[in-house]
Design a protein around this ligand. Structure first.
Ligand code: SAM
Length: 289
């Protein structure tokens, strides 16, 4: 089967199967060979790898993955695309297509069964409506992961790799960076897709840590502190936390923890690094007892 990275070949398949793009499934198919090569390169896909692809669509990126990986599993929710994939992937014997919702799949079990429990790679041109649940689900699930290399909405990519004190920095940046090193590897204009998405896109690679890069005594408590401090971005950190009664932290305790860290009482959450949030929540946890 000819490469679908070449627009003419994609158009032929779209016509042959009379494919109507399903907006509700976030269907924007890639038609740019440079971008496809870039994704494979950034993920470092090689003949040892088991790769999970989310949303193969008509199989464009899947073809590139099959050329480079040992084994590919591609999970597609839209059953009308399954016969199309049978044709476009017919030249490969190292791919399994699964007609399912990625959010309902036990990925840990797949990694165990197909890759002997060793770290897998996840590669996708993601349907943007499920970007956060997919990425956070993967990172929090303790699936053994080497890297996640995905096309996402550009603003979301910027939020994932944002550093303290910038406008994009927030709870998503901290959650992603707790589990991985995030790096935008390409900005991708709308004309690389059919149909063109209404937003800019970027490829981001998350190199997953085998263990988190900071020590939080209670991960869950740290993330509740982080969320509370960004829910009230304009407020000082101590006021933001005191206003959230579910945390059980008062203003004096927050002030005490900040003092122990040598930080000003007027500090805002958006200036704290991940390491500082871990330290802050560890101190608060011990004061609260
Ligand atoms: N990989 C193809 C490409 O790059 O041309 C298609 C990417 S398109 C942006 C997203 C794909 O994800 C679509 O084929 C869509 O049907 C599929 N999809 C949407 N929601 C899904 C879900 N919950 N689980 C699995 N696949 C999903």
């Amino acid at each position: 089967m000819a490469s679908l990275g070449i627009p003419q070949n994609t158009i032929e398949i779209l016509k042959k199967y009379n494919i109507k793009f399903q907006k509700r499934f976030g269907q924007n198919f890639l038609i740019d060979t440079h971008v496809l090569d870039k994704i494979i390169d950034a993920a470092g896909v090689s003949s040892n790898d088991f790769v999970l692809e989310i949303g193969p669509g008509i199989g464009t990126l899947t073809q590139y993955l099959c050329e480079n990986a040992r084994e590919v599993m591609a999970v597609e929710i839209d059953s009308s695309l399954i016969p199309v994939l049978s044709e476009t992937l017919s030249g490969y014997n190292n791919v399994t297509v699964v007609n399912e919702d990625i959010l309902k799949i036990d990925i840990k079990k797949i990694a165990e069964e197909r890759n002997g429990g060793k770290a897998i790679k996840v590669v996708a041109n993601l349907p943007y409506y499920i970007t956060t649940p997919v990425i956070m689900g993967l990172l929090e699930s303790h699936v053994p992961l080497e890297n996640i290399t995905v096309m996402v909405q550009r603003e979301v990519a910027q939020r994932m790799q944002a550093q303290p004190g910038t406008k994009d920095y927030g709870a998503l940046s901290l959650a992603v960076q707790y589990y991985s090193d995030a790096e935008i590897v390409a900005n991708v204009p709308a004309n690389c897709f059919i149909p063109r998405p209404g937003v800019g896109s970027a490829v981001i690679r998350l190199r997953c840590h085998s263990k988190p890069c900071v020590n939080a005594d209670d991960e869950n408590f740290m993330f509740r502190i982080i969320r509370a401090s960004f829910n009230q971005r304009r407020k000082t950190l101590q006021n933001g936390l005191a206003n959230d009664s579910s945390l059980g932290v008062n203003k004096e305790q927050a002030a005490d923890a900040l003092k122990q860290m040598g930080l000003k009482e007027t500090v805002r959450g958006e200036t704290l690094s991940l390491g500082q949030f871990a330290e802050f929540s560890n101190i608060l946890g011990s004061i609260k007892l």
